[in-house]
Structures are given as C-alpha cells and as structure tokens.
Design a protein around this ligand. Structure first.
Ligand code: AMP
Ligand code: FE
Ligand code: FE
Ligand code: ZN
Length: 288
C-alpha cells in the first residue's frame, strides 16, 4: 500500500472576484475533484470566505482562506497571495477597499473607451456580470462581451481589447508589492508572490524585486503554475532556494473563465504546514 500525498491547491477564484463559480460551488467542485486542501484567493477581497467556510464544513474540505492582492511596481502588474490574514486587520482591509473602489472607476472608463470605439457595450451589461459585492475586473467586461455575442469567450476579448497594452486599458489603484507584503504580515498572514514569471499579464517580475520583497517578509514563491513553463519553474525554484523562500504550486482556477483545472499544480504538505506555522493564528485553516 502506498499512502498518497494529499492534493493541495493554494490559489483559486470564485464569483467574489473573477471566477465563474460561487464560493460554495468552488468548494463542492474541489471536493468532487478529489482535492484534500483548497485555498480560496479572490482578487482584493475576503468576500467569499464566509460562504466558502460553510461549504468546507459541509463537504469535509480543508480550506485555507486567502486573497490575491493586485499590486503594481514600475508599471508592472504583480500579484501577491496573502494566506490566513486577519479579515478585520484595518491596514490591509483599507487598502483592499481602496483598490476595489478604484476598480469601479476604472471599469467605467474602460467601458466608455470601448463604447466610444463602436464596440457594443454598456456599463450596465458589465455590472450584470459582477456578483453583488464582488471585486470587478476586466474579466467581467469580457463576460459582458460574451453575453451580448460580440466575442466567443474571455480569451478572445483579452486578446483583442482587454490586454495590458491595449489602447482601452486603464489602470486602477494598486499598492506597491512591498507595501502589500508588510500589510499581509501586519494582518498576521503569510505572503507568497503569485506566478512571478507570467508573461500574459505584462512583463515578468525581476529577481531583484523578489529579493526586495523577501527582505520585508515575503514567505514564498508560487513556482508551479499554469503560466509557468519548465524554464520558469526552474528559475523560480532556483530563486526561492537562493532566498530561502517556500515553493508553492496551484491551479489559479477560475471556473470556466480559464482553462486551468483544479489541482493542476499542487503544494507539498510540508509547505502548507510552514504557511500555517508562520501565520499568527488569528485566521485558522478550516478543518471539518
Ligand atoms: P484585472 O485585475 O481587472 O486587471 O484583470 C486581470 C484578470 O484577468 C486576471 O486576474 C486574470 O484572471 C484575467 N485574465 C487575464 N488574461 C486573461 C485571458 N487571456 N483570459 C481570461 N482571463 C484573463
Ligand atoms: Fe483572475
Ligand atoms: Fe494572478
Ligand atoms: Zn489568481
């Protein structure tokens, strides 16, 4: 008999941001897919935590509550995962609220530019794609364009109009990643830089930024990720080793919004234990 290693996926999205499944559906899908541990990490919000927690208790799923903070450094988009942060930590929560507010303004501006260029789209159509209280983003513009028949799927909308270098792209407020790492630490959580070598979202993160983040308390690097090829994974492992950082793996599942499959990449149980040990304990891993 071989005892198989638990399947741990530490980065997924629900309708609280740009995933297509509600937090309950996400947890239920993960349970049906045979995952042992799931992290919910919506963009800039803890809004899905409560529903996901109830679903985890119901389905017997171990749940790590987290967030994915949209940051910006030198004009580059950097995503930071924060695990087990205190949801009432005021510094972090204020920053996330500021980002979400700015995202609304930004979405309106992007819709205005698209409509002005003759692309059939209204802000109401976009709003209809955002679940109540969810973090709005470009994927919701894409969903509106799918719903009104302008494009066939999210990818097409991104490739044509919504990518970072598009003339229709508008920035939203996003903290510097070093500031976000400090806020996650202050909130008792554990910070892991998400998919640092993603190219589909602009320029990859330079090593010196990861070094700078390590100095202010970054705990790990998401190395095994659908956006990383063999080369990026080797580079990430090397970088993590040289800085003494943890290595995580995850799917970045977005439901039907992306091709990523739950459990596509996974994290070693020892790494999860470290993440848990390094958190303050103010937010615990949910174990049914
Ligand atoms: P935003 O945070 O509003 O700037 O939107 C960025 C989000 O768009 C990312 O978190 C991705 O989940 C999503 N995204 C980026 N590129 C694509 C793509 N080609 N297809 C589907 N979703 C994408
Ligand atoms: Fe996303
Ligand atoms: Fe991301
Ligand atoms: Zn993500």
């Amino acid at each position: 008999m071989t005892s198989s290693r638990p399947v741990i996926d530490l980065h997924t999205h629900s309708t609280s941001s740009d995933g297509t499944q509600s937090p309950s559906e996400l947890v239920e899908t993960a349970a049906a897919a045979g995952l042992d541990v799931l992290a919910i990490t919506d963009h800039d919000t803890v809004g899905g935590w409560e529903e996901a927690t109830a679903a985890a208790l119901r389905t017997g799923m171990t749940l790590v509550r987290g967030i994915e903070i949209s940051c910006r450094q030198d004009g580059r988009s950097v995503h930071l995962l924060g695990y087990l942060t205190d949801p009432v930590a005021s510094g972090l929560m204020a920053e996330l609220a500021r980002a979400r507010k700015s995202r609304v303004t930004r979405l309106r501006l992007m819709v205005g530019k698209l409509a002005a260029a003759g692309i059939p789209l209204t802000y109401a159509e976009v709003q209809a794609q955002v679940a109540p209280g969810a973090t709005p983003g470009r994927p919701h513009i894409a969903d509106a364009l799918v719903a009104n028949g302008t494009v066939a799927h999210r990818d097409e909308a991104f490739a044509t109009w919504l990518h970072d270098r598009s003339e229709f792209y508008v920035d939203h407020y996003a903290p510097h990643p070093a500031h976000a790492v400090r806020l996650v630490r202050e909130a008792g959580g554990v910070a892991v830089i998400a998919h640092p070598f993603t190219r589909s979202q602009g320029r990859a993160v330079p090593d010196r930024l990861v070094e700078e983040l390590a100095e202010v308390g970054l705990a790990g690097v998401e190395v095994d990720h659908p956006d990383h090829g063999d080369e990026e994974r080797r580079r990430g492992e090397q970088l993590a080793r040289s800085l003494g950082l943890l290595v995580t793996g995850s799917s970045d599942y977005h439901g039907s919004g992306k091709g990523n499959r739950l459990g596509q990449h996974t994290t070693h149980p020892e790494v999860l234990r470290e993440i848990e040990d390094r958190s303050s304990g103010r937010t615990e891993v949910v174990r049914p």
